[in-house]
Design a protein around this ligand. Structure first.
Ligand code: TYM
Length: 334
């Protein structure tokens, strides 16, 4: 049976990349209503890099508010934080024993994050993709909506599911599909069209944060790097113009149009007129979200109730799957 799972780390604030690559699509998937949807604030992933405990608390609640403000309805989707459901860590350990060291060493996100000083990063950062596989497979999820940067991790999840099934001669875990769709599966930095928009970029001008006010959004878009050419007549005209392509993709994703439609609409116009239109569109779509997030953040107890309820529902699915996995592996008492 099909089931959707995805997660976001509560480490720092949300960016336009998280919104277009993940949150917006999570809401659309939920609203299609053809598959049950489970969305998770992955706090255990966040601590693979040290987090100030109070900030982690706040970031978890703020991310929950971000999910709800982006259209995830906790009466339609299961919304919870990872650490509240023990099955993630339990299955994560089994997967640490299924995954091979060589698989992990090939993960580009680890190589990027660890840099040259990989002796000094946490063991958890290295094992991270096995925990991510557990997040998905502990619900027997089949569809995983993510941005382009998470594709390799979902492919590793497939390898883990297949190896577990082979090692134990069972047909227990489904082999999940990454779902990477839409105009903005890889939103780029506003300062450098070859770099991903990221909450960890030192320059705040490189990204739009979901908490930015209208002035900040407009300013960042006006100052976004572009080349001196006007918008092209056709989509092919964006080849070799990463900054121009990025702004077109953002416009397309925010407006629900295709990139080709946006190019047709603005063909031959200078960025001097496209950018204000993009800024207006972004403010129009994003400011209701930030307003709703601040409203929700005024009642943290209500957020905690929503998370606790979601955790209960998630646990009801995960617990029997973990028990069965334990039995398959040969654990007495499971
Ligand atoms: P995280 O927290 O870095 O990002 C959350 C989601 O946002 C997407 N994203 C982007 N999409 C387009 N353009 C960008 N610039 C951009 N930046 C981020 C990410 O692709 C992701 O979908 N490992 C995951 C969290 C995770 C997870 C899971 C996801 C843990 N367990 C199980 C799916 C299923 C991560 O670090 O995402």
């Amino acid at each position: 049976t099909p089931r959707v799972f995805s997660g976001i780390q509560p480490s720092g604030g949300l960016t336009l990349g998280n919104y277009l690559g993940a949150l917006k699509r999570f809401g659309e998937t939920q609203d299609r209503g053809d598959m049950p949807t489970i969305y998770c604030i992955v706090d255990m992933h966040a601590i693979t890099v040290w987090q100030d405990p109070e900030k982690l608390n706040r970031a978890t609640r703020e991310l929950t508010a971000g999910f709800i403000a982006s259209g995830i309805d906790p009466t339609k989707s299961i919304l919870f934080n990872q650490s509240a459901v023990p099955g993630h860590a339990q299955l994560g350990w089994i997967f640490n024993c299924v995954a091979r060291l060589g698989w992990m060493q090939r993960m580009t996100q680890f190589k990027d994050k660890a840099g040259k000083n990989s002796e000094n990063v946490s063991l958890g950062l290295f094992a991270y993709p096995a925990l991510m596989a557990a997040d998905i497979l502990v619900y027997h999820a089949t569809h995983v909506p993510v941005g382009e940067d998470q594709k390799q991790h979902v492919e590793l999840t497939r390898d883990i599911a297949i190896k577990f099934n082979n090692d134990y001669g069972v047909d227990f875990f489904p082999v999940p599909e990454p779902v990477i769709e839409g105009a903005a599966t890889r939103v780029m930095s506003l300062r450098d069209g070859t770099k991903k928009m990221s909450k960890s970029d030192p320059s705040d001008m490189s990204r739009i944060n979901l908490t930015d006010d209208a002035d900040a959004i407009a300013k960042k878009i006006k100052k976004a790097k572009t080349d001196p050419e006007p918008l092209p007549e056709t989509l092919e005209g964006l080849d070799g113009r990463p900054e121009a392509r990025n702004l077109v993709n953002i416009y397309a994703a925010l407006s629900g149009k295709t990139a080709a439609e946006v190019v047709a609409e603005y063909a031959g116009q200078p960025f001097g007129s496209f950018k204000p239109a993009l800024a207006d569109l972004a403010v129009d779509r994003l400011s209701p979200i930030s307003t709703e997030m601040s409203r929700l953040m005024q009642d943290p107890a209500e957020i905690d109730r929503i998370l606790a309820h979601g955790a209960e529902q998630a646990n009801a699915i995960a617990e029997p799957i973990v028990r069965r996995a334990y039995q398959i592996v040969g654990m007495v008492g499971a």
